[in-house]
Design a protein. Structure first.
Ligand code: TRP
Length: 362
């Protein structure tokens, strides 16, 4: 059996460096590793609508933003199929049948759904579509027979839910669906990159993100304003690393070679950290270093974005072709699913033969 990747993002805003270290960068590496037989990257607009029903324009506009972010990061349409979820009706059909395999109480226990309900103040007024999106996500993953799903830590409960659906389906209807594995970032700092204010997560509503599409000046301004150790007042004061956003970002982005290029006084991050802890190392110096490291990573992304922004029709073609191809694959799986459930009455002579025999025996 081949190795197949499926992953995706909701198009509710531009992608930021949290998305990048949490998943995007890894996807590009996996794409270029040649280890996978197929790669599908989904712009999950239908899922975005589950909690943005009254704002379809936001979703509509952000599809292109996300596509541009993908291509800018180095996703290559020759190697990865980029698709738009809502244009693949087979996914809805799969979800509809999977819904019969999941209980309401199981969905209520899904930790991601639970915390999202709290965050959005849904409480008693959760849209049914939102409540059931883990099932639709299981359809996304299984439609492409994905073996590998590279995502952030917050998607772990979705993968668990998908696995349960796969097992249940295969048990009830016979071996049909593929059980996927989650692939998490291997660097702890990348699992949950905090916002520049040190708050738990980057989020557009908190205004604490660094976006992939921001200019050099904007990024620099944000880095220089980052939350550090509030007790590190004078340069000579000893500094704390825990909860110090600048160091968390360095953990996520910095490589040893960066010291050679931008901060020759130190040979590695541990040495820099030790000096900070001891005292005598100012925040500004560390921030300048982080800025250099970040700019090096973001510059090629910006350059590719500029190029793609001049060819929006080209991006449109990539999305259209990718979606068409993905639809063919999903249709195959749906046919398998319906055959396993024996609801393919017109595809073979089996059902008619059965019925004829039954009635002729009367
Ligand atoms: N739920 C994912 C997110 O919020 C987006 C998504 C939709 C997804 N379908 C998917 C991720 C399938 C992985 C696989 O980021």
């Amino acid at each position: 059996m081949g190795k197949i990747i499926l992953t995706g993002d909701r198009p509710t805003g531009k992608l930021h460096v949290g998305h990048y270290v949490g998943s995007l960068k890894r996807r590009v590496e996996l794409q270029n590793s040649g280890d996978f037989d197929d790669i599908f990257i989904m712009i999950a607009d239908a899922q975005a609508l589950t909690d943005n029903a009254d704002n379809p324009e936001k979703v509509r506009q952000n599809i292109m933003e996300v596509a541009l972010d993908y291509l800018s990061c180095g996703l290559d349409p020759e190697k990865s199929t980029i698709l738009i979820q809502s244009q693949i009706p087979e996914l809805c059909e799969l979800s509809f049948y999977y819904m019969n395999l999941v209980t309401v109480s199981r969905l209520q226990r899904n930790p991601t759904v639970k915390s999202e309900i709290q965050m959005r103040n849904f409480e008693a007024s959760i849209p049914v579509g939102f409540f059931t999106y883990p099932i639709s996500q299981a359809a996304d993953i299984t439609a492409f027979k994905a073996t590998t799903v590279p995502v952030g830590e917050d998607q772990m409960p979705m993968l668990e839910q998908t696995k349960e659906i796969v097992r249940k389906f295969n048990y009830v209807y016979g071996d049909t669906l593929v059980e996927p594995e989650i692939l998490l970032p291997d660097n702890a700092a990348c699992l949950r990159l905090p916002g520049i204010d040190g708050k738990a997560k980057m989020s557009k509503s908190l205004g604490n993100c660094i976006y992939l599409s921001e200019t050099e000046e904007e990024v620099k301004k944000k880095v220089m304003s980052m939350f550090t150790d509030p007790d590190h007042i004078r340069v000579d004061d000893p500094g704390k690393l825990e909860g110090n956003t600048v160091f968390t970002y360095l953990d996520a982005f910095c490589k040893e070679e960066h010291f050679e290029r931008y901060l020759k006084d130190y040979s590695c991050l541990d040495e820099l950290k030790a000096h900070y802890k001891r005292g005598g190392l100012g925040d500004v110096k560390v921030k300048r270093f982080l800025n250099a490291v970040l700019q090096e990573e973001l510059e090629p992304i910006r350059a590719r974005r500029k190029k793609w922004e001049k060819d929006i029709s080209g991006v449109y073609e990539i999305l259209k072709k990718g979606t068409e191809r993905a639809r063919e694959v999903a249709a195959y799986t749906l046919a398998d699913v319906k055959a396993a459930m024996k609801i393919n009455y017109f595809d073979t002579a089996e059902w008619l033969d059965e019925q004829v025999k039954k009635y002729s025996a009367k």
